[in-house]
Ligand binder design. Structure first.
Ligand SMILES: CC(=O)N[C@H]1[C@@H](OP(=O)(O)OP(=O)(O)OC[C@H]2O[C@@H](n3ccc(=O)[nH]c3=O)[C@H](O)[C@@H]2O)O[C@H](CO)[C@@H](O)[C@@H]1O[C@H](C)C(=O)N[C@@H](C)C(=O)N[C@@H](CCC(=O)O)C(=O)O
Ligand SMILES: Nc1ncnc2c1ncn2[C@@H]1O[C@H](COP(=O)(O)OP(=O)(O)OP(=O)(O)O)[C@@H](O)[C@H]1O
Length: 442
């Protein structure tokens, strides 16, 4: 069993040596260090030329964000930063832990995690934050997840004539293949969690989801600094800001660090001089993204949205499993925009609508009978209902027995509901004008 006596997870100052960042943590009881961890990050370029105030400010945020992987193993515990934190840093971590660990808290029934404390002396603020940035992006670093969303961003930015580079955390086949099809250089950060964490997990430590996009975002900001990009572009969509379930006075959202609140929080926390951080697809829904992605046929054979393709251990990875909420969602949302054969090609010839064991999953996505929206990167029930209504008019799908099932009898969408799902969300984004124009074309 894992020690029950851990009183805090101590976050050490991050150490930068060449291109390597070491993030140190210790689980402590009083003066005793019961467990020590070092997470190691290899950057694709050096930070030697970067203003130390900016570089250190971003490294400190990274070390706070990454601490949650280890803190969760002893939850609920405070995170202690003996060297001190600024008000902004404290707020960053309190918000990130309280919301980004929401699913973990819910699944493990540990509501105290929602109020994780950050201990440590108060440091003076070093200066203003990066805020909205200069507004005219010139060299963009596009984070690639291997799925449809980042591909839509790559192609939209390219069509608008922007200069882009690509970025990934660790190497995955769909990400590398995406970069190859795009014909754009990919800068990769290597991130290695401390293996002792996995030993603790195997021994029964509390485990669950972490706000991984927060860590990926900070790694992208560091990479942009190293390689001279002024803007970091993520492809987080409107739907990611909506949660799964209300619990202990909070909305628990699997995708919290993909949402608009996190985007705002990070921009308000990054030091002035850091690259601008934006999410290009923020004002559009997953269904609108899927409609655009259907046009990018060159990528249809290489992309994978199924999260099982992105496990840390290579031997655990599969491509499309055709048996999870993400596969169900992408199958449903691409179907209205592709010929049947083209969709089945993506899924290795499998027709998920014909597989009766997937029905409950589809009904969860549709929000029927108060079923819980799955803890996965999936869109809103409204989008799924619009997808079903479009399938009822699609020549390749309208006669499919799936649509005739009694459980789907009432599933439809009015013209107004369709318009709402495909509408550009005015004002619900943080894009500078040049990128807002790009997003409108998606
Ligand atoms: C690939 C995946 O979906 N993993 C989730 C899964 O973990 P699993 O054990 O099946 O595999 P691994 O990812 O290889 O993780 C091994 C252990 O390591 C822990 N861990 C991993 C990354 C990290 O930063 N810190 C960690 O402590 C992890 O807990 C495992 O014990 O189930 C886990 C529990 O629910 C999930 O936390 C794993 O999710 C990964 C962190 C992950 O990268 N997931 C993304 C595909 C993902 O879910 N993205 C969200 C964005 C959510 C956000 O707010 O950022 C999305 O697309 O919606
Ligand atoms: N390993 C990674 N490295 C860098 N960025 C990533 C990584 N995984 C995800 N991202 C970023 O986070 C965003 C959200 O991830 P998500 O998995 O939802 O998107 P996706 O892979 O582009 O598309 P899909 O929704 O089809 O999976 C991505 O669009 C990308 O910007």
């Amino acid at each position: 069993m894992v020690d029950a006596g851990v009183e805090a997870l101590v976050c050490e100052p991050p150490v930068l040596e060449g291109r390597t960042v070491s993030l140190g943590y210790a689980a402590v009881a009083g003066e005793r260090r019961l467990h020590e961890f070092t997470e190691v990050v290899e950057l694709p370029g050096t930070l030697d030329h970067v203003d130390p105030a900016v570089r250190d400010g971003v490294l400190r945020l990274l070390s706070l964000a990454a601490s949650l992987s280890y803190a969760k193993a002893f939850a609920p515990v405070p995170v202690a930063v003996p060297g001190g934190v600024t008000t902004r840093e404290r707020r960053f971590l309190v918000e990130l832990a309280g919301n980004g660990l929401g699913e973990f808290a819910y699944v493990n029934d540990l509501p105290a995690v929602l109020d994780t404390e950050v201990l440590g002396p108060e440091l003076p603020e070093p200066g203003p934050t990066a805020g909205p940035g200069p507004g005219v992006p010139e060299r963009l670093l596009v984070a690639v997840g291997g799925g449809k969303d980042s591909i839509v961003s790559i192609e939209a930015l390219r069509a608008a004539g922007h200069e882009i580079g690509l970025f990934s955390v660790n190497s995955y086949a769909p990400i590398e293949a995406t970069a190859e099809v795009a014909g754009v250089a990919l800068a990769t950060v290597r991130r290695r969690l401390d293996p002792h964490l996995f030993e603790l997990n195997a021994a029964g430590a509390p485990n669950g989801h972490v706000p991984v996009t927060a860590v990926n975002s900070l790694l992208a900001v560091l990479t942009a600094l190293a390689l001279g990009h002024d803007t970091v572009v993520f492809s987080n969509e409107a739907s990611s800001s909506f949660g799964n379930v209300a619990w202990h006075g909070r909305t628990i959202n699997h995708q919290w660090s993909k949402g608009l609140d996190f985007e705002r929080l990070l921009r308000d926390s990054l030091p002035a001089g850091a690259p601008t951080y934006v999410s290009l697809l923020r004002p559009v829904t997953e269904l609108r993204i899927a409609r655009r992605f259907a046009d990018h046929t060159a990528y249809h054979r290489v992309f994978t949205s199924c999260n099982r393709a992105f496990k840390l251990r290579e031997s655990d990875r599969t491509s499309w499993c055709a048996d999870c909420p993400k596969c169900q969602f992408v199958f449903l949302c691409l179907a209205p925009f592709l010929p049947r054969e083209a969709l089945l090609d993506v899924f290795g010839g499998r027709d998920m609508f014909a597989d009766g064991s997937q029905l409950t999953g589809f009904l969860e996505l549709l929000g029927t009978d108060g079923l819980l929206k799955p803890f996965e990167c999936v869109g809103e029930p409204d989008e799924c209902r619009v997808a079903v209504s479009l399938l009822r008019e699609h020549p390749d799908w309208r006669d499919h027995p799936f649509l005739a099932r009694p459980e789907l009898a009432g599933v439809t969408a009015t013209a107004a509901e369709r318009d709402r799902v495909f509408a550009f969300r005015e004002g619900e984004h943080l894009l500078p004008p040049a990128l807002e124009t790009v997003a409108r074309a998606v």
